[in-house]
Design a protein around this ligand. Sequence first.
Ligand code: BGC
Length: 577
Amino acid sequence: MISLRLYCILLFSIALVAGEIKNKVWWKNIVFYQVYPRSFMDNDGDGVGDLKGITDKLEHFIDAGIGGIWLSPIYSSPMVDFGYDISNFLTIDPTFGTMDDLDKLLQKTKRLGIKVVMDFVPNHTSDQHEWFIKSVNGEEKYKDYYVWLEGRENNTKPPNNWISLFSGPAWKYNEKRNLWYLHQFEYRQPDLNFNNPDVHKEMNDILRFWLDKGIDGFRIDAIIHVYEKDGFPDEPVVYNKLTLTTDNYLNLNHIYTKNDPRNYDLITEWRKTVDEWTDAHNEEEKVLMTEAYTNLTNLMKYYTYGADISFNFNLITEVNITSKPSEFKHVIDEWILNMPDGKVANWVMGNHDRSRIATRYPGRVDQMTILSMILPGVAVTYYGEEIAMEDNLSITWKQTKDPQACHVDPEHFKELTRDPNRTPFQWDDSIDAGFSTALETWLPIPDNYKELNLANQKGKPESHYVLYQTLTKLRSTSIALQNGTLKTTVLNNDRVLIIDRQSNNEAIVLLINFSDDVAEVVDLTDHLPGATEAIVILANIGSGITWRSMVLVSSIELPPKVSLVLFAKVDGSHSDS
Ligand code: BGC
C-alpha cells in the first residue's frame, strides 16, 4: 500500500511535471515581433530576405528582449501579394529557402527560448494553387473550392457590384469555367469557399501540419473577409470624399463582404483543432492571434470565440499625431473594459500594411513605443521599430512593387502603397545597410541608413534601441508591469496623459506631455501615496532629461513633447490583476 505521505509527494511531483509541460498563457506579458521575411536579413545575397538570414540574426531578439516572433508568409507563392498569395500551404518558397532551413530556424529558436508563430491565410489562395487549377478544370472534388458564379447580363458582367480591396471589380471571368470567381484581394488571389466542408478539412490539416513542425501558434490573416452573404446581393454605394477613383473599395459599404457572423465560428473550429493537437501531444498551449480591422464589439467577439490575441490596432487606427490625451485614454480604457474575463490585452504599433510609427508620429516615436510597453499585456513590435526606422517615402512609381498601389496610377499610388514601410532592416552603415550584399535590394533602402541603423544605436548611453531594451528589461523584472493595476488619467487641461501601473508597493508611471511647445508641471501626490520622490527610469531620446535622476513627486517637470517613465515605492497594496 502506498503511504499517504508518498501519495502527496507523488501528486506534488506530477503537478510540477505538468506545470513544466503546460506553461499556460506563456504570452501573457510577452513582446511579439513581426518579421517580414523579405526584409529582415538576406543570407544568400539576392536582395531578398530569407530564413537563413533570420536564423543568423536570432540573437538580436534575445538582445532586444523579444519573446516571440510572428512570420509573414514564407510558403510557396508567385509573390503577387508578396507571400499572401499562397500556391502551396505546406511548402517553403525558394525565395526564403527550404524546409530544412525552417527546421534549423526552429531548432535554434527552441534553444534560445523564442516562440515562433506562423501566418495562416485562409481567405484565399494563389491562382497557381493546384486546388484552383483543378477548380478551373472543373474537377468534381475541387469545383466548389472557390466562389464561382454566373455573371449578369448573359454572363457578360460581374455577378454583382462588389469591389476588391485592391480596386476594381471583385470578380474575374474565367473562360474555361465560363463563370466568374470572387477575389476580395488581387485577381490572382481567388477566395476560398468555406461553404464547402472539404475546404474546412484542408485548413484543419494545414494547421496540424505546422503544429507537427513545432510552431507555437498562428496569426490568422484577413479573417473578417472569409464568408460573404448568401445570395451575393449588391452592396450599397457610398459617397466618400477620400475616394481616389470610381472603382475604389471605399465606394461601397461592405455589409455583405465583411464581418459575416460565421467568421467567428471558424475561430472556434480552429481553436478546437489546435487544442486537440496540444492535448494529444501533451504540449504547451498554442497562441491564436486574429487580424481583423473592425469595430470593438466584433474585435471582442474574436476573443470570445477562441482567439488568445484579437489584434488591437486601435492605437494605429483610432488615434493619430493630432489626438489629445483624452482620446488616447478612451482607446486604452475601452479595450481593457470590454475584454472578456481572463483574456490578455495587446497593443499593436505597426505592421507591413501600415505606415511606420516614426513617420506617423514625427518627433514622438518613443512616446508610442513606451506606451505599448507600459500598458498591460502583449506588446507587438513591427521589425525595425526598435530602432525607429522611418518609411522610405522616396520610392517612385517605377520602383513600386505593392499590388495595392500598382493597381492604381502614377498619380494616386502614394496614397495606397505599402512599400515605404517594408524596406530592408537597417543593421549598420555598410553596403545595403548590412541587410544584403546584392547590387540592388528588392525595395530601396532609405538614404538615412548611414545614421539610422542598429549598430549605431547599440551600446549608446541613450538611443531608440537602448530605450527599447530598457523597456523590455523593465517588463521582465517589474511586478507592477507584469501583474499590476492600470489607471489612466488625463491632467493639465488635456495636455498630459498618465499611465499608472501598481502592484503592492511598486509603482511604474508613464507621463506624456502632448503639447509641442508648452512645458507642464504635474503633481502625482495622489497617485503615489507615501512617495515623495521617484526615479526616472527613462525618458524619450532628445528630452534632455537624465535617466536614473530623481524627481519630486509633487512637482514633476515635463518639457514639451516629453515622455517619462518613473519608478516609485508606494504605501498600500494594490490588488494584482
Ligand atoms: C495582409 C495583407 C494582405 C492581405 C491579403 C492582409 O490583411 O496583412 O498584407 O495583402 O491580407 O492577404
